[in-house]
Design a protein around this ligand. Structure first.
Ligand code: AP5
Ligand code: MG
Length: 190
């Protein structure tokens, strides 16, 4: 198995790049944000719960997120590997992912850290708000809250994985194709 985490703040380009990386390396793309949004659209119980957090730019509680992610991994037992986009976002989520992959005699192989300045993140998300219909893009204060939550709760994961020597830093500013090429180099050379 090849398991890749695409790591980075809101607006870094995780979703944009994860789709391309999944296709190239034949990985199953799991975006917790996309799965929550599909549940919101379908008005499921999970969707109603997730919406109450997402609309404020807060994280959905770990237990809920981890159970959902576990279910998605289990649906894809024969996968060649996964690309995780927007997961893990907290240390308990990272620990849960380690345990889950252990069941498959596997582990996280590479963490690609997409680095983008805060100014650029805000500009991208405000621009996307014009077309995305995402409630968490619609208000600059919510965008800023998402970035703050990233700094407080998610950024520490970079250290968690750096200690294992599996973090590859990629400049997330540039053309989508250039960044994709740099990510492919990082993943192929893991
Ligand atoms: P999630 O859906 O994961 O959103 P996010 O992390 O805030 O990030 P985005 O999806 O906004 O950005 P992205 O990095 O994917 O960038 P994109 O490719 O879209 O999470 C949403 C919410 O769900 C969270 O706030 C939380 O509430 C909840 N949630 C999700 N996962 C959770 C978890 N694990 N635990 C708890 N709660 C969780 O690009 C952004 C924009 O920039 C696009 O318009 C794109 O076209 C553009 N763009 C991309 N690349 C470039 C480039 N190179 N140059 C210029 N523009 C670019
Ligand atoms: Mg995304």
């Amino acid at each position: 198995m090849l398991n890749v985490i695409l790591f980075g703040p809101p607006g870094a380009g995780k979703g944009t790049q994860a789709v391309k990386v999944a296709e190239k390396f034949e990985l199953v793309h799991l975006s917790t944000g996309d799965i929550f949004r599909a549940n919101i659209k379908g008005e499921t119980e999970l969707g109603v719960l997730a919406k109450s957090y997402i609309d404020k730019g807060q994280l959905v509680p770990d237990e809920v997120t981890i159970n959902m992610l576990r279910g998605e991994v289990e649906k894809n037992k024969t996968a060649k590997g996964f690309i995780f986009d927007g997961f893990p976002r907290t240390i308990p989520q990272a620990e849960a992912l380690d345990l889950l992959l252990k069941d498959y005699n596997s582990a996280v192989d590479v963490v690609v850290s997409l680095e983008v300045t805060e100014e650029e993140l805000i500009a991208r998300l405000k621009n996307r708000a014009l077309t995305s219909g995402r409630t968490d893009d619609a208000d600059e204060n919510i965008i800023k809250n998402r970035i703050q939550v990233y700094k407080d709760e998610t950024f520490p994961l970079k250290d968690y994985y750096t200690r294992r020597g599996i973090v590859k830093v990629v400049n997330g500013i540039g053309t989508i194709e250039q960044i994709f090429s740099d990510i492919c180099t990082a993943v192929a050379g893991e």
